[in-house]
Design a protein around this ligand. Structure first.
Ligand code: SAM
Ligand code: SF4
Ligand code: SF4
Length: 368
């Protein structure tokens, strides 16, 4: 059980530095390790209606927890302005996340504003959203109509009792399954279902989840429990390596590996030998994929994080709210990405007790 600690959402964040000479975006930015900028994750709220034990444990995110006031959140107009600048720098994929993104009021309005943005290549922006699925049955149609391409739904168990224990707010699994069906009917596919596997907590759900989604329109992916944030009391002993997940499934339902779809794809894909679809594994702990990480994260209140495990953000909102020009902000973004050398998962140090070291930002604050 994690001890009661006070979390600072607002870890020290310098304003994003603006270079002295403006420069026009070329769409071909590379960071210090030669990685392009391809994928922007935008957190639209730091609030959530779940208290997943590995992400927002109740003991920390209780009634006294200080969430961001509304005035600190980036407005839809600010987000859209920033997104347009990122797209000019080569971003082709935007994922809305949180917290629980569907808690942000009128989110479909933001989806519509982002959908209207053009790209330099003329290819449509890949616009997607990660959700716990609790509000999807109600919102799937409006999101699709506004221009959302697809959704990824987090689901950690099929067994109702295990699921209620994982979300820790007594939410029924049947409601998420209805949400999944609604998203499928609305055409928000291909839909991925993400299951975080925690040893001793939901490992007995690996096979039931595999059996349930095999041959369905949904692509199931197993995620290694990660040492994000400071509140979940992470310990290496609770991680089930993806290789073990694949062994367990393969023993009953034979599998073969499939090649990656594109550079930077985080999931390793496996297909069922009987032709009934595939599963994926995201091995963030045991097989780091920093070498082709093309992701940048924008927090709810406008801080840029060059890595999920960053201890410090870069304050973009300060530039947005002080009348800086698009050219200034664009130059600042380019300079930040060029200097990026993050590769936390490749260099993670775990001490002899199995604990990872370092003070990190919360997943519920910058999104997954
Ligand atoms: N609330 C939405 C949801 O749950 O899908 C979006 C935000 S949530 C932070 C994004 C993803 O991060 C979810 O799939 C969640 O399971 C995953 N996640 C959160 N904490 C994690 C951890 N410690 N290790 C691995 N994945 C984690
Ligand atoms: Fe909420 Fe998603 Fe975190 Fe669960 S994983 S507590 S649903 S933000
Ligand atoms: Fe990317 Fe950081 Fe994750 Fe490595 S640890 S894959 S650099 S977000």
């Amino acid at each position: 059980m994690p001890e009661k600690i006070i979390l600072l959402n607002d870890l020290r964040s310098p304003a994003l530095a603006v270079p002295s000479a403006p420069e026009a975006p070329t769409g071909l930015l590379s960071d210090a390790l030669g990685r392009p900028l391809h994928d922007l994750r935008i957190s639209v709220t730091d609030r959530c209606n779940f208290r997943c034990v590995y992400c927002m444990p109740k003991e920390v995110f209780d009634k006294d927890y200080a969430y961001l006031p509304h005035s600190d959140l980036l407005s839809f107009e600010e987000i859209t302005r920033v997104a347009r600048l990122f797209i000019a720098h080569g971003v082709e994929k935007i994922r809305l996340t949180g917290g629980e993104p569907l808690l942000r009021k009128n989110l479909e309005r933001l989806v519509g504003m982002l959908r209207a943005l053009g790209t330099p290549s003329g290819r449509p922006l890949d616009l997607t959203l990660t959700t716990n699925g609790s509000l999807l049955a109600r919102k799937a149609r409006a999101l699709k109509d506004a221009g959302l391409d697809r959704v990824t739904v987090s689901l950690d168990a099929l067994d109702d009792a295990v699921f209620r224990r994982m979300n820790d707010v007594d939410f029924a699994v049947s409601d998420v399954l209805h949400g999944l069906d609604a998203a499928h009917e609305a055409g928000l596919g291909p839909i991925k279902v993400n299951m975080v596997v925690k040893r001793g907590t939901n490992e007995d759900q690996i096979l039931p989840m595999a059996r349930h989604f095999k041959g369905s329109p949904f692509i199931l992916r197993f995620i290694e429990y990660m040492d994000v944030g400071a509140s979940n009391g992470w310990n290496m002993d609770e991680v089930i390596p993806s290789a073990e997940v694949i062994r367990r499934i393969g023993a009953e339902l034979p599998l073969a590996p499939v090649g990656a779809n594109y550079l930077g794809e985080t999931a390793a894909r496996w297909r069922y030998l009987d032709g009934s679809g595939e599963v994926g594994v995201i091995s963030s702990v045991t097989q780091a994929f920093c070498h082709d990480c093309t992701r940048l994260r924008l927090s709810t209140e406008g801080k840029l994080y060059t890595c999920l495990f960053a201890t410090q953000g870069h304050d973009l909102r300060a530039l947005l709210r002080t009348d800086r020009s698009d050219a200034d902000i664009s130059g600042a973004i380019a300079q930040l990405w060029r200097g990026r050398a993050d590769r936390y998962s490749e260099t993670r140090t775990i001490d002899t007790s199995g604990l990872a070291r370092g003070k990190k930002v919360e997943m519920s604050y910058i999104g997954g």
